[in-house]
Design a protein around this ligand. Structure first.
Ligand SMILES: [Zn+2]
Length: 150
């Protein structure tokens, strides 16, 4: 068992919004995964980041909606992870940029910011294992205020 591998029981959600690419300004979708039931976290609502491996059905679901969520090499972290890539200039908007600063897309600080995100449940059968990091603290706000879509 690898420590980086999370065991997640359903539900698991895809969350996202559109932002302007930091380099070329193109409107681009960004997504992340949200999981309220991650083993060993006392039912904290986890927002996943630096996702290195995903089950095929989860990846398929996300990429069907957002094909620019791709396994990409990041110079910042010097390895590959599933990142949001600009459809026009191909630069990636790294997870550090999207998750780490208060007010960032996946770090809402209030109901209003969380309400800018959409939330869709990814259909999975039973627990899944995902190699990724996560952060907690903003997940509950997202789960409560993001716009639920089918
Ligand atoms: Zn761009």
């Amino acid at each position: 068992m690898d420590d980086d591998c999370l065991t997640i029981s359903p539900p698991i959600y895809m969350v996202g919004m559109k932002i302007g690419c930091w380099r070329c300004g193109e409107r681009m979708p960004v997504v992340a995964l949200l999981a309220p039931t991650v083993e060993g976290t006392d039912d904290q609502v986890c927002v996943l980041l630096d996702v290195v491996s995903l089950p095929k059905d989860v990846l398929g679901y996300v990429q069907k909606r957002v094909p620019t969520y791709q396994l990409s090499y990041s110079k910042t972290v010097q390895s590959k992870y599933y990142a949001n890539v600009c459809p026009k200039c191909r630069i990636l908007s790294g997870d550090f940029f999207l998750h780490s600063e208060p007010g960032a897309p996946f770090f809402p600080t209030c109901a209003e910011e969380a309400g800018l995100l959409y939330l869709a449940e990814i259909p999975v059968q039973g627990p899944v294992r995902i190699r990724a990091g996560f952060h907690v603290g903003t997940g509950r706000l997202i789960l409560k205020y993001a716009k639920r879509i089918p």
